[in-house]
Design a protein around this ligand. Structure first.
Ligand SMILES: NC(=O)c1ccc[n+]([C@@H]2O[C@H](COP(=O)([O-])OP(=O)(O)OC[C@H]3O[C@@H](n4cnc5c(N)ncnc54)[C@H](OP(=O)(O)O)[C@@H]3O)[C@@H](O)[C@H]2O)c1
Length: 214
């Protein structure tokens, strides 16, 4: 069971749809239970075979074996502190990028320990944080007619957790996971995401990452 914290937003819904289309049971989490149920029902209304339900973030963290975090950076700390008791020994896939939009450009907000992902691991010492999906747009993930042509840059400090996330993602058609190393590489992935967004704005495209030579 995959639980998506902040799953009612653009990235959370997109990942719910992709994972459910791959046969996974998904829980969409929200601060508001009825909002989560409404979003889950609207997706299962479109895709009758998908197993998606809605719960509060707290209950999502309690019921899911693997957690994906898709909340804005400014709320990451509060959300994680609330659900932390339910995350012990679980894998937490962090998609969060501390982006700030200013004067039609994108910047990265300064984080306390260097990256949103490192901060989340500090907040969750008893969980295994692995980063993924930061560079992939929800617009591409949510459209199941699109085979997303991209690598997914993964980093994390626990090898088993990282391998589980890599296997999970590699089953999604088009995506290929690249192990970029330990969690401190999340600094570069978050910076690269800001660059990609600026490339998209400048060229009016949807760019993505492919690493060659591997
Ligand atoms: N959108 C993309 O294409 C994309 C791609 C890669 C990575 N990401 C990352 O994914 C994360 C979510 O992006 P998004 O575009 O999906 O954002 P979003 O739609 O603005 O927010 C996602 C969800 O977070 C919850 N949320 C919002 N403010 C909150 C607060 N103050 N406290 C607690 N929960 C709050 C909301 O759920 P409830 O109201 O239901 O609680 C909301 O539906 C971001 O960190 C972003 O960097 C996004």
């Amino acid at each position: 069971m995959i639980g998506i914290i902040g799953g009612t937003g653009a990235e959370g819904q997109a990942l719910s749809v992709r994972f459910a289309s791959n046969g996974h049971e998904v829980i969409i989490g929200s601060r508001n239970e009825s909002k989560a149920k409404d979003v889950a029902e609207s997706i299962t209304g479109m895709y009758k075979k998908f197993h998606i339900q809605g719960m509060t973030n707290f209950n999502t963290a309690q019921n899911a074996e693997l957690i994906i975090l898709t909340v804005p950076y400014y709320s990451q700390k509060d959300v994680l502190n609330e659900i932390k008791p339910n995350l012990t020994n679980k894998i937490v896939v962090n998609t969060v990028v501390p982006l700030v939009f200013k004067n039609s450009k994108v910047f990265l907000e300064k984080t306390v320990v260097g990256s949103a992902a490192l901060e989340s691991q500090k907040l969750l010492p008893d969980s295994f944080v692995v980063t993924a999906f930061q560079t992939i747009s929800s617009e591409q993930l949510i459209d199941l007619k699109v085979i997303v042509d991209s690598d997914v840059l993964i980093c994390g400090d626990d090898l088993d957790a990282k391998q589980k996330v890599i296997s999970l993602i590699n089953r999604i058609e088009g995506l290929r996971s690249i192990d970029t190393g330990s969690l401190d590489n999340s600094i570069y992935i978050e910076n690269l995401t800001a660059l990609l967004v600026n490339i998209n704005k400048t060229n009016k495209v949807r760019s993505a990452v492919r690493i060659t030579g591997i």
